[in-house]
Design a protein around this ligand. Structure first.
Ligand code: G6P
Length: 611
C-alpha cells in the first residue's frame, strides 16, 4: 500500500525522506513524491515510477529545507501518473498533503467545493481532502484546527501528513484506519506509515490511534482527538529489526497477508454497499451497466487462484442473477477459437493485471466483439487499462507469491457484482438484498474471529507436515474453495494435493484413500451439508484421515471427523470467504514445518508475464 514519511528538525530533509521511502518500497507502489517548505513556499517534486527516479529529480532540483513530507503511492483513485502522485496541494499552493487510505465521500466534497469555485487538478480522492482543509484554513487561520474540522467531514480511511507555508514550523499528522507512527528524537520528529521508515533514526515511537491528530514542531509534539481533547500516549521503544517491521511482526509476508484479510475484505466493499436499497454500486462499471444487465452470457477467464475465484463467481451469478456463466482458463480460451456474441460479457480476473494468458484472452474477447470487464488489484495495470470497464479490489500490494488476500477480495468483488445484477434483474428482492449486504458487512469480524486463535491449525499442521499427498473435497460454493485449498498446499509446501467436488471422489480419487491419506472436507452447514456428510462417511469407511472445516455448531461432523477446524456461519454464497482462511493457514503452517520458502516458493512467480 502507500507509504508516508515526514520530518521536522535541524537536518536536511531530502535524504531522510528519500531513505524512508526506500525502506517502504517493499510494500509496492507506482509513484513517489515529496514536498518541503523552503523560502516561505511549498515546493513539490513527484513522478510516476520508483523512489530512485524521485531521488534523481531531487538531485536535479535540490531543496534546502529541514521540514518535509514524502509519499509512495499505490494507486486507488486515478491512474498512476505524475499528476495523481502525492503530495497534493490545495488551490492556493500553500498546503501540501500526503494521504494513505480512501476518502469515500470525496465525490460529494469535491462537488461542494467546485460549486464554491475551487478548481481541481487531479482525479484523486486526496485532492478533495487538501482542498477541504484549505477551505477551513481560510476560516480558522489555524492549520491544526482546519485539519480537525476537515477530517470530521470525511468518511473513509486516512493516514495523512500536512504542511503549509502559512505555518512553516509545523507538521500535522492524523489517522483513521491507516497506521501512522511518530518518531521522537532530540530536536527532531518523524512521522511514518510504518516504523521501518524511521527506525534508522530513532527507536522511540508513539503509535497513533484512530482519530488522533498530532502536531509536531521542533520543540515538541502534541496529540489531540478530532474533538480537540489532548491525549497522552506512551512512548514505546522499538526493539525488533527492520525486516521484522516490514512484515508487521509476522514471520512471512504470506502470514501477514492472511491476517490482513478482515481489513482487506472491508476495503474491497467500502463505499460500495447501499444498505437501504439492499444493493451494491460499482462505479467502475457505470458505463457498461446496460450491457451487463442484459448480458446473454458471462464468460469468466483467469489463471491460478483468480480462476478459482471465477468459479465461485459462476455459482453466485447463475444462482442469484440468473445469467448463464462459463469459466475458462485464460490459456485455453485464447487458443480454442471461442464463440463470442456481441451481447456476451467477458470478465477477466487478475490480481496483478499483467498475467500474459489473461491479457491475451482479454484481447481475444475484445477482438470478437464482447464487452470486457476486469477485476484487478493493481491500479493502472495493463489488464485494468485495456478492459472496457472494471472493478478494483483494493486489497493492497500482495507480496507473498501464493495469493491469499487478493483471492478473498476477488470474492468480495464478485459478491457485490452478483448482488447488484441480481437486484437489477429482479431476482433478488430488496429484503434479501439487505440481508446479503448486512451479512457481507459482518464478514470481516468473522474473519477476525477465525484468525484470533490459530493454535488448532498449527497443531494439525505439525501432525500432517510429513504427508506426501492430500485430498481437498467440497461441494457447491466450496468446491472451488477445495481447489484453492489444494493449490495453496502444493504451491508452498510441495505436497501433492488434489481438489475435487466431494461427490466426484467416487469416480477415481477414492482409489487413493487409505489410512495415510489426509482428506480435507470443506463442510459448512449449507444447502448440501447432508450430502457432504455422506461423502465423509465414504472416506471414513476407507480409513482416510478426515479433517473437516465446519461451523461451530456442527455436532454431526464434529463427531465423525478426526479433526475439525471451526468457522462462524454465514450465507452459503459467502462461505468461501470464511472457509478459505483455515485452508490458507493450514498450507502456511505445513510449509513452515517443512522448512519451505513460503513467500517465494520454488519455480513460481508472482506475476506470470510469459505464456
Ligand atoms: C501466478 C501466481 C498465482 C496467481 C496466478 C494468476 O501463478 O503465482 O498466485 O493466482 O499467477 O495471477 P493473476 O495476477 O492474474 O491473478
Amino acid at each position: 500500500m502507500c507509504g508516508i514519511v515526514g520530518y521536522i528538525g535541524f537536518r536536511e530533509v531530502t535524504p531522510i525522506v528519500i531513505d524512508g521511502l526506500k525502506r517502504l518500497e517493499y510494500r509496492g507502489y507506482d509513484s513517489a513524491g515529496m514536498a518541503v517548505l523552503t523560502n516561505s513556499s511549498v515546493k513539490i517534486l513527484k513522478r510516476a515510477g520508483k523512489v530512485a527516479d524521485l531521488e534523481t529529480l531531487t538531485e536535479m532540483h535540490p531543496f534546502v529545507s529541514t521540514i518535509g513530507i514524502g509519499h509512495t503511492r499505490w494507486a486507488t483513485h486515478g491512474v498512476p501518473n505524475d499528476v495523481n502522485a502525492h503530495p497534493h496541494v490545495d488551490q492556493t499552493g500553500s498546503i501540501a498533503l500526503v494521504h494513505n487510505g480512501i476518502i469515500e465521500n470525496h465525490g460529494a466534497i469535491r462537488q461542494r467545493l467546485e460549486r464554491d469555485g475551487i478548481t481541481f487538478h487531479t482525479d484523486t480522492d486526496t485532492e478533495a481532502l487538501v482542498q477541504l482543509i484549505s477551505a477551513f484554513f481560510d476560516i480558522t487561520n489555524n492549520l491544526e484546527q482546519a485539519v480537525r474540522l476537515a477530517l470530521q467531514e470525511v468518511d473513509g480511511t486516512f493516514g495523512i501528513v500536512v504542511i503549509s507555508n502559512r505555518e512553516p514550523d509545523k507538521l500535522i499528522a492524523a489517522r483513521r484506519g491507516s497506521p501512522l507512527v511518530l518518531g521522537i528524537n532530540d530536536g527532531e520528529y518523524f512521522v511514518a506509515s510504518d516504523a521501518s521508515a524511521i527506525v534508522g533514526h530513532t527507536r522511540q515511537v508513539i503509535f497513533l490511534e484512530d482519530d488522533d491528530v498530532a502536531t509536531l514542531t521542533r520543540d515538541g509534539y502534541e496529540v489531540k482527538t478530532l474533538g480537540d481533547e489532548v491525549v497522552e500516549h506512551e512512548i514505546e521503544e522499538i526493539t525488533y529489526d527492520i525486516e521484522q517491521i516490514e512484515k508487521g511482526g509476522f514471520e512471512h509476508f504470506m502470514l501477514k497477508e492472511i491476517h490482513e484479510q478482515a481489513q482487506t475484505i472491508m476495503d474491497s466493499m467500502r463505499g460500495r454497499l447501499i444498505l437501504e436499497k439492499g444493493t451494491a454500486k460499482l462505479g467502475g462499471l457505470r458505463e457498461v451497466m446496460p450491457v451487463l444487465n442484459n448480458a446473454r452470457r458471462i464468460i469468466i477467464t483467469a489463471c491460478g487462484t483468480s480462476w478459482h475465484a471465477g468459479l465461485v463467481g459462476e455459482y453466485m451469478l447463475e444462482h442469484y442473477a440468473r445469467i448463464p456463466v462459463e469459466v475458462e482458463y485464460a490459456s485455453e480460451f485464447r487458443y480454442r477459437d471461442p464463440i463470442i456474441h456481441e451481447d456476451d460479457v467477458v470478465i477477466v480476473i487478475s490480481q496483478s493485471g499483467e498475467t500474459a494468458d489473461t491479457l491475451a484472452a482479454l484481447r481475444e474477447a475484445k477482438k470478437r466483439g464482447a464487452t470486457v470487464i476486469g477485476i484487478c488489484n493493481v491500479v493502472g495495470s495493463t489488464i485494468a487499462r485495456e478492459t472496457h470497464a472494471g472493478v478494483y479490489i483494493h486489497a493492497g500490494p500482495e507480496i507473498g507469491v501464493a495469493s491469499t488476500k487478493a483471492f478473498t477480495s476477488q470474492l468480495v468483488a464478485l459478491s457485490l457484482l452478483t448482488l447488484m445484477l441480481g437486484r437489477n434483474r429482479g431476482f433478488i428482492s430488496i429484503d434479501e438484498g439487505k440481508q446479503f449486504a448486512e451479512e457481507l458487512l459482518a464478514i470481516p469480524d468473522k474473519v477476525s474471529e477465525i484468525l484470533k486463535d490459530t493454535s488448532a491449525v498449527q497443531e494439525l499442521a505439525s501432525k500432517y507436515a510429513g504427508a506426501n499427498n492430500a485430498l481437498y473435497l467440497g461441494r457447491g460454493y466450496n468446491f472451488p474453495a477445495a481447489l484453492e485449498g489444494a493449490l495453496k498446499l502444493k504451491e508452498i509446501s510441495y505436497i501433492h494435493a488434489e481438489g475435487y467436488p466431494a461427490a466426484e471422489m467416487k469416480h477415481g480419487p477414492i482409489a487413493l484413500i487409505d489410512e495415510n491419506m489426509p482428506v480435507v472436507f470443506i463442510a459448512p452447514q449449507d444447502r448440501i451439508h447432508e450430502k457432504v456428510i455422506s461423502n465423509i462417511q465414504e472416506v471414513k469407511a476407507r480409513k482416510g484421515q478426515v479433517i473437516a472445516i465446519v461451523n461451530h455448531e456442527d455436532d454431526v461432523i464434529s463427531q465423525m471427523a478426526g479433526h475439525i477446524l471451526c468457522i462462524p456461519r454465514t450465507l452459503d454464497f459467502l462461505s468461501p470467504l470464511l472457509t478459505s482462511i483455515p485452508l490458507q493457514l493450514l498450507a502456511y503452517y505445513i510449509a513452515v514445518h517443512r522448512g519451505c520458502n513460503v513467500d517465494q516458493p520454488r519455480n513460481l512467480a508472482k506475476s506470470v508475464t510469459v505464456e
